[in-house]
Ligand binder design. Sequence first.
Ligand code: ADP
Ligand code: MG
Length: 249
Amino acid sequence: MADTLDIQNLNVSIAERQILKNFSLTVPKGEVHAIMGPNGTGKSTLAKALAGHPDYTVNSGHAFLDGADIIGQAPDATARAGLFMAFQYPNEISGVTIANFIRAALQARLPKGAPFDAKGYYAKLYAKMDVLQMDRTFTSRSVNEGFSGGEKKRCEILQMMMLDPKYAVLDETDSGLDIDALRIVAEGVNALRGPDIGIIVITHYQRLLEHIIPDKVHVMYDGRIVRSGGKELALELEAKGYDWVKELV
Ligand code: ADP
Ligand code: MG
């Protein structure tokens, strides 16, 4: 189907252990879907399997990005196809500045030999950094090196805003953020929301969803979605806790 990220019956294992069990989810462009669930339930596994992380073995299933299956693709091909991943634990990349890192990602999307508009690039980069209230000095710092938890998460969102993906998966972007940083990050995500992007927000807590109002909420347990609903489902989850979810399996 065009204009959807269509995940069908994904079975994924790591170190011989099956984590995702017939996981299915369809996210159309223009919508924000939240995935909530207890720790260890496979949320990050989903994100990394979609991104093509080599440690995660997809035993069966598909993930169609606007009709083209991204399963089995190299991570850079999936990224160029339009999937963006904000990691729960972003890596530090010593010696590569944020400005050069994002620039390289954008240049990799240009047709061979096409010129890069450096002036336009910096104007856009600074404008997005302003939204995220990031100091300009960040551009010349190595990616995530010595960053606080909150700074790393802002850096992930900055990359997302610069790359304009078709689909984005945000894996616990709220973890490690204080309330002010949470609001700023949410503003960045909300600024990007619109008819041309589908977003999956993975979170353990309802708190983030007060700032990024989801169109749908899915509860994940033991490698699959056990309940789907509207934004009120997040409140129900917050009130009842995750023990209740186990009874849904
Ligand atoms: P969540 O993000 O929902 O907390 P994860 O997807 O990170 O869950 O983990 C799902 C399960 O896979 C957990 O039981 C975890 O211990 C296991 N797991 C994750 N990464 C690895 C790994 N590199 N090696 C072995 N087991 C792993
Ligand atoms: Mg996780």
